[in-house]
Design a protein. Structure first.
Length: 115
């Protein structure tokens, strides 16, 4: 299993970013995918989840209405569109899937929202 996140960067408050999570080494369409965020000194928190067929999504209250998770099963990729970014969104964003009781993570992509 290999997961690679990309798309992070330094942006000003109110800006947008789109993160990508490219997955390989497993049957992508068989698994739900999650995005987590970890700020410095804080625990990793679930930001968004998308079901294996893309029919259902859930979001943390802090990002509802601003973030959108989607997936392209033909490209084995999950996206996180982040709009109206706030300084509180700063952190490392990780993509995750659980398979047979084992969690798989990418290396993360840094998002910094600052003036």
């Amino acid at each position: 299993v290999r997961i690679v996140e990309s798309g992070g960067g330094l942006v000003q408050p109110g800006a947008s970013l789109r993160l990508s999570c490219a997955a390989s080494g497993f049957t992508f369409t068989s698994y739900h995918i999650k995005w987590y965020r970890q700020a410095v000194g804080k625990e990793r928190e679930l930001v968004a989840l998308i079901t294996k067929d893309g029919s259902n999504t859930t979001y943390a209250d802090s990002v509802k209405g601003r973030f959108t998770i989607s997936r392209d099963n033909a490209k084995n990729t999950v996206y996180l569109q982040m709009n109206s970014l706030e300084p509180e969104d700063t952190g490392i964003f990780f993509c995750n899937t659980w398979q047979s009781g084992t969690g798989y993570w990418g290396q993360g992509t840094q998002v910094t929202v600052s003036l």
